[in-house]
Design a protein around this ligand. Structure first.
Ligand code: FES
Length: 383
């Protein structure tokens, strides 16, 4: 093949010859002010994704149904990061010799976060939650993860009309979602069915009624009490059809497992696509078991090795926390991958619907301690 020489080829060579002297000249003429140590893009990334935050409990008030409202302010920065309504934070603290943490849905709106205010609604339903409901007092300090989670509205996936079904303390993420809609930060129209035993067990009623006056469509459903203006019974398919068209909406569910089981059957008749029914995953708790075995768990954290006890009916993460080991975790439901650890030796059990590991993780021996139950002595390496 023949190449034809062009005049521009010689021009390029001339330019190339001048490249180094031109560069030297530009450097000599340039300003000698030092480069900035901080860039706006990094500051923005830090503000939105601080990782862990130091927070202080500002105030607390009792709520119906063994719940308590907890209001926090951030100590290590002037504001909480903006988040998606429906997300959670994980709160961590030392209780006795244990280092425990639990995820809680955020009740306040993303805008309130920018005013350094973040509200949680905690139900007394376990070791750490019980501590928060009964013992935590204003001035107490905690570590908190940045807001996380996929239980939020997504324009591309979800319908413009969302129907939220709440049971008991499962009302918490929907308060944030309703506030965010009313404040103009979300584009959806929201209908909320809130199931409670009776009027006395409705948490955040005042706030919900105020939101109903500003655009939230709100239906209270009382199972044990009949009252004018309230639905009676459970959230059934028949009740849903009275208010909405189930085929043109996206459902968001949050509540106890019994409610999920019940609603799954009610919604099954509509044969909805999987993406049309979104559930807030619950934490993975202890398994019901008679006389669970106790195993030896060897834990590597960088260059430190600890040997602790792990019971067959509890997750590996619970065993780590009981021993005071600071193991990373967020969702405690197998979904976020934050606790991702290496299995060096031993067996464990994980329920298939909780197993959020990638295929490669399974193949190369990684586990999520938050949903893994020991089945033998184990040796693991945590980040
Ligand atoms: S903490 Fe989220 S997967 Fe384990």
């Amino acid at each position: 093949m023949k190449f034809k020489k062009q005049i521009f080829g010689f021009m390029d060579m001339l330019r190339f010859k001048k490249l180094v002297p031109n560069r030297r000249k530009a450097l000599a003429e340039g300003a000698d002010t030092p480069l900035p140590t901080e860039y706006r893009v990094n500051q923005m990334a830090d503000a939105l994704h601080p990782g862990r935050m130091q927070v202080e409990l500002v105030s607390a008030r009792p709520l119906p149904g063994n719940m308590r409202e907890l209001v926090f302010k951030r100590l290590d920065a002037p504001a909480f990061p903006f988040f998606r309504a429906g997300q959670y934070v994980s709160l961590q603290s030392a209780v006795g010799n244990s280092l425990v943490s639990r995820p809680y849905s955020i009740v306040s709106s993303p805008r309130e976060a920018l005013e350094n205010r973040l509200v949680l609604g905690v139900e007394d339903a376990g070791f750490f939650s019980g501590h928060l409901v009964k013992d935590a007092k204003p001035g107490d300090r905690f570590r908190m993860t940045e807001p996380s989670g996929e239980f939020h509205y997504e324009t591309l996936r979800d319908s413009g009309e969302i129907v939220c079904l709440a049971g008991g303390s499962g009302i918490t993420p929907f308060l944030s979602m309703a506030k965010s809609m009313v404040e103009g930060d979300e584009p959806y129209k929201m209908t909320l069915f809130y199931g409670a035993r009776d009027l006395a067990h409705i948490a955040f009623k005042e706030e919900l009624d105020a939101l109903a006056e500003k655009g939230l469509r709100l239906i209270y459903v009382l199972s044990d009490e009949q009252r004018d203006g309230y639905e009676h019974g459970f959230i059934t398919a028949g009740l849903l059809e009275k208010y909405i068209d189930p085929h043109s909406v996206t459902f968001f569910l949050c509540g106890p497992q019994a409610m999920y089981d019940f609603l799954e059957k009610e919604l099954a008749q509509y044969q909805l696509p999987r993406k049309a029914v979104r559930r807030d995953p619950a934490c993975c708790g202890n398994r019901e078991m008679e006389a669970p075995k106790t195993f030896q768990l060897t834990v590597h954290v960088r260059d430190k090795v600890s040997v602790i006890e792990a019971h067959e009916n509890e997750t590996v993460l619970t065993a780590l926390e009981r021993a005071g080991i600071d193991a990373p975790n967020k969702c405690r439901a197998g979904g976020c991958g934050y606790c991702h650890s290496k299995l060096l030796h031993g067996d464990f059990f994980v329920e298939p619907e909780r197993d959020g590991r990638r295929e490669a993780d399974r193949k190369f021996g990684f586990l999520h301690p938050c949903v893994s139950y020991p089945q033998s002595d184990m040796e693991i390496e945590i980040p």
